[in-house]
Design a protein around this ligand. Sequence first.
Ligand SMILES: C[S@@+](CC[C@H](N)C(=O)[O-])C[C@H]1O[C@@H](n2cnc3c(N)ncnc32)[C@H](O)[C@@H]1O
Length: 390
Amino acid sequence: MTLAGFPTLRTSHHPVGNFAMKNGNFYLVPTDVRLVSMKESLIFDRKAFLKRLNALMKIDNMKDVRRGIARITSDLHSNGQVRSRTALTLHVSRSFLLGELKQIEQTHTIERARYYLSRLSKALTSSKTSSINDINLHRWKEYDEVLTDSLWVLDRRDSTGGHSAWYWGNFVPQIPRQLMLRYTKRGEWVLDPFAGSGTTLLEGKRLGRNCLGIELQPRVADKVRRLLEEKTSADTIVAIETGDSREIDLQSLLQKYQARSVQLAILHPPYHDIIKFSRKRNDLSNARSVEVFLRMFGDVVQNVAQVLDPKRYLAVVIGDKYDGGEWIPLGFRTMEVVLNQGFRLRSIVVKNFEETLGKRGTKELWRYRALAGGFYVFKHEYILIFQKSG
Ligand SMILES: C[S@@+](CC[C@H](N)C(=O)[O-])C[C@H]1O[C@@H](n2cnc3c(N)ncnc32)[C@H](O)[C@@H]1O
């Protein structure tokens, strides 16, 4: 079923993941990162399980189907974590599988039950992914971590994975993580032309994405390079280069890493002059006016667009600012800049932010100022998601 007006995704069917062997057991490893922890998963004999589902499909009355499902559920509860030494084992999210079985049990007609049984069997044996990520749509209920709402309320910074928040003006790792999970496949290339402390790069490495970051300040880039060296992995390339993203030759840089193009670009520019990142004239945070800032930002978008594959995504992470008591909507202004370059707007996400380093400890003061001055204190920023035309 398609909903009128909603975008549709091209999908492909292929066998679920790859088989890997660990401690003498075979595991079915999904094509994307494991989003289901071992604690929340059921591991069982795949062949035997599918045989039981098949047998249920041949039954012609609901009473016996329900009885069969109840038996399977009870066996899963008691043996779900038993790993056979010889059998091909299947690793599935507990809530997904038990939810599917419950749905079959509660169905009223045999036709519907058969449909659900065959859907479950398909979910366990094949995968359906779109052309832009590795999310297995046959098992979409397993991807609890992946956000799909336009309001992101992230209560704290993810501090796992080597992120240490040493850089003033960085973003939380959850932002690039969500974007990469939605808009890239494992092994694809992500470009971050305002790399800063390398949050995108570190997170990309964790997710098995290749990443190229550009940062204007050599000192910052050097530090990121050292951090990345501590985390080398054989199967991904994650690199940072120093330069001005408005004019740096991205094509040649990518060639250096045997890549021709990127499949996602994440742009987290300075929010104009809110934080001065350096004294350099080509630093966007030193633009002498909003208009100049927007022009410089447009030049970066243009440069990036040249190496972004058609139909792939570009995300801008930005907040607004006040200037002399006036709200300057940098979010909307930068959105116009990207739209003017032929991109299609796919989503506007509003993300909360809590105290920034700059405002830490002054919450009360800001509240007083807001009450007295008739304005609101910034608590949100935008993640604007665009698609390049085909
Ligand atoms: C908002 S910060 C990005 C922070 C990053 N997302 C992180 O998590 O650390 C913007 C970065 O853009 C850099 N920058 C400013 N102008 C630039 C330019 N013309 N080319 C490349 N980088 C630039 C600044 O030095 C700063 O590190």
